[in-house]
Design a binder for this molecule. Structure first.
Ligand SMILES: [Zn+2]
Ligand SMILES: [Zn+2]
Length: 170
């Protein structure tokens, strides 16, 4: 997927707001810029701190929740429910109806990779949920996983540990 830079994100946001009859207020725009700058998954409280550090006019956590909900509703921000954090969406809104986001969330460093998967997959999962009497509430999938970097770190560490455990073998 192509990624956008901060200016693109703002432009796309303005566009969506115009089309949906809402407005990209100054605070909403600042929040997008903050999310873009931090570029890692953050909780609403962490984002409140970041916002107040980066933007001159202070904001309350309550407003941050509202803004994040708004930005999530126009799909410029993703709420990762499994870790209760927010991340900016840098992918052009292709608004392809047959694709949904899959988030690979590294359980070690919380690095996130967003990839598009066929909506059919989530429909199939929803059917499973329904057959168990549940109603699926998600339009995205979050997968607990381990990123490449952390995989190689663990690999190196396990080697180090082995050497450490057997000093007499040398
Ligand atoms: Zn996205
Ligand atoms: Zn990792």
């Amino acid at each position: 997927m192509n990624t956008m830079d901060a200016r693109d994100v703002i432009e796309v946001a303005k566009d969506i707001c115009e089309k949906t009859g809402t407005r990209l207020t100054e605070t909403r725009q600042h929040m997008l810029e903050v999310l873009f700058t931090v570029d890692t998954p953050k909780s609403a409280y962490e984002l409140t701190d970041d916002y107040n550090r980066l933007v001159k006019s202070p904001i309350m956590a309550m407003s941050v929740y509202r803004i994040l909900n708004f930005l999530a509703s126009i799909k410029l921000v993703h709420h990762l429910h499994s870790i209760n954090k927010y991340i900016i969406c840098k992918h052009p809104i292709a608004s392809s109806e047959n694709q949904v986001p899959l988030f690979l969330i590294c359980y070690s460093c919380q690095q996130i990779e967003e990839v598009a998967i066929a909506a059919d997959l989530i429909n199939a999962l929803s059917e499973h949920a329904e057959s168990s009497g549940f109603v699926s509430a998600g339009s995205q999938i979050e997968l607990n996983s381990l990123c490449k970097k952390c995989q190689s770190n663990i690999h190196q560490h396990s080697h180090g540990d082995l050497n450490g455990q057997n000093p007499t073998n040398k």
